[in-house]
Design a protein around this ligand. Structure first.
Ligand SMILES: C[S@@+](CC[C@H](N)C(=O)[O-])C[C@H]1O[C@@H](n2cnc3c(N)ncnc32)[C@H](O)[C@@H]1O
Length: 371
C-alpha cells in the first residue's frame, strides 16, 4: 500500500533524517521545521523503524485538513479511511496537541476525534460497539494554525529507546541526539572515538552503532509489528537486510571516561548490553588528565551546561580546561554540544563550524574544531 509518513524530529536534526531516509530508499522526502515527511510502503515502514539512528518515531499521515471548528474537526476526521488501518477489535487511543489554533482544548479535540473515528468504523464494520481488545493503534493529532493533521503511530515507545540503556546518569543525552552528533562529526568505522565526559556512555555506544551501520532497532519491538495488515515476513526480511549491511571487522575503538565512578559503572553496564563491549573502554578520569591513545581521534562530548549538574562558573572553568587538553593537532577533531553562547571564548578558539541543535528544550550549538 502506498503510504505517506511523518517523522517528528529534534530541532536541528531534520536534514540528517532527510539524508538518512533517502539512503533507506524512501521517496518524496521533505524536511520541515521539526518534522520530515516521506512516502513509501510497508517495507519502508519496517525499514525506517528498524534502521533510523535519528528519528523519534514513524507515523502514517492518515490525512490533513482545515479545522477551525469542532464540526470541521469531526467531519474531516470521519472522512478519512481509518478502516484501512484499524481492525474491528483493535484499540485506538487518541492523543495530540493544538498550537496557535481556534480549537485549543486538547481534551475536547481528543474526544471529538475519537467519536469521529468510531462513527467511521461503525459505518464500515456495521458494529455499534468496539471492544478495543486488540493491538494498540495510537492515533495522534496536531492542530497548528487551524490545520489538523491526523497520524497513526507505528513505533510505540520512542525510537530513542534502543534497549541498551537501562540505567543512566544525572543528565544523559538522548540517544537520537548522540547519534546526530556522531553523524555531524562524520564518524567512520576506522576512527577512534573519545568522550572524556561520557556519563552513561551514550555517545560512544551510539557512535559504535552509527559507524558500523548497525540498525538501532534490532533489539526492540514496534507497535506496527502487531498491525494485521503488516505482512510478518517484511520484518524478518528487513532485519536480515539490516544485518547484512553491518560493517564488521573494523578498527573502530572508543574510549570513554568520567570523573564520576558511578557514571562509569553505568556506562560499562550499558556497553555490555551491545555487541561492542570489546571495542568500548571506560575509566574514571578527570578531563583535565585527558590522554590521547591513538595517532588520530574524534572527540565528541556533552559537558555539563552549568544548569543541572554544575554552576555556570564551574562549567565555564571546565570549558577552559577542555580548550587546553584538546589541542589543535593534525588528525584530531573535537565536537562539543553546549547552550553556552560564549563557549568559543572559554575554549580559546573559534569553531571551524557550528550547528544549531536542541537538547530537549535547551537551544544548543555543536561547536566543531577540525582544522
Ligand atoms: C551532561 S553529562 C554527560 C552525559 C552523557 N553524555 C550521557 O549520555 O550520559 C556530563 C558528565 O560530565 C562529567 N564530568 C563533570 N566534570 C568532569 C570532569 N572534570 N572530568 C570528567 N568528567 C566530568 C559528569 O560526571 C557527567 O557525567
Amino acid at each position: 500500500m502506498k503510504l505517506r509518513f511523518c517523522i517528528p524530529s529534534l530541532l536541528g536534526v531534520e536534514g540528517l533524517i532527510a539524508d538518512e531516509l533517502r539512503f533507506l530508499e524512501a521517496e518524496d522526502v521533505a524536511a520541515e521545521n521539526g518534522r520530515v515527511l516521506f512516502s513509501g510502503d510497508e517495507t519502508t515502514l519496517a525499514r525506517v523503524n528498524l534502521c533510523s539512528h535519528f528519528a523519534e518515531r514513524v507515523q502514517i499521515v492518515v490525512g490533513a485538513f482545515h479545522a477551525a471548528s469542532f464540526e470541521e474537526l469531526f467531519e474531516g476526521t470521519r472522512r478519512l479511511n481509518w478502516e484501512d488501518y484499524i481492525g474491528r477489535e483493535d484499540a485506538f487511543p487518541v492523543k495530540g496537541y493544538s498550537l496557535k489554533s481556534q480549537l485549543f482544548s486538547v481534551s475536547d479535540c481528543q474526544s471529538i476525534i475519537k467519536k469521529a473515528v468510531v462513527e467511521r468504523l461503525k459505518e464500515k464494520y456495521g458494529l455499534s460497539w468496539f471492544p478495543e481488545s486488540g493491538p494498540r493503534h495510537q492515533i495522534q493529532f496536531s492542530i497548528f494554525n487551524d490545520e489538523a493533521t491526523l497520524l497513526l503511530d507505528t513505533t510505540g515507545d520512542g525510537l530513542h529507546k534502543r534497549g541498551y540503556r537501562l540505567r543512566q546518569n544525572g543528565a544523559p543525552i538522548k540517544e537520537t541526539l548522540a547519534a546526530a552528533l556522531c553523524a555531524t562529526a562524520k564518524l567512520r568505522h576506522y576512527h577512534t572515538l573519545y568522550d572524556p565526559l561520557c556519563g552513561s556512555g551514550t555517545i560512544l555506544i551510539e557512535g559504535a552503532l552509527y559507524a558500523h551501520n548497525v540498525a538501532p532497532g534490532l533489539g526492540r519491538h514496534f507497535d506496527a509489528e502487531r498491525f494485521d495488515w503488516m505482512p510478518r515476513e517484511i520484518w524478518a526480511r528487513e532485519k536480515e537486510r539490516a544485518v547484512s549491511l553491518e560493517k564488521t571487522d573494523t578498527d573502530f575503538v572508543a574510549y570513554g571516561s568520567d570523573i564520576d565512578p558511578a557514571a562509569v559503572a553505568v556506562a560499562r553496564e550499558n556497553a555490555a548490553r551491545t555487541k561492542f563491549a570489546d571495542k568500548l573502554h571506560f575509566e574514571v578520569r578527570d578531563v583535565r588528565d585527558f590522554e590521547r591513545r591513538s595517532e588520530r581521534g574524534t572527540v565528541i562530548c556533552n559537558p555539563p551546561y552549568g544548569e543541572r549538574l554544575m554552576t555556570p562558573e564551574d562549567a565555564q572553568a571546565l570549558y577552559r580546561v577542555m580548550g587546553q587538553v584538546f589541542p589543535r593537532t593534525h588528525g584530531w577533531s573535537y565536537s562539543v554540544i553546549t547552550p553556552d553562547e560564549d563557549f568559543e571564548t572559554y575554549f580559546g578558539r573559534p569553531a571551524d563550524k557550528t550547528r544549531k541543535l536542541y537538547n530537549g528544550m535547551i537551544k544548543c550549538r555543536c561547536y566543531m574544531f577540525f582544522k
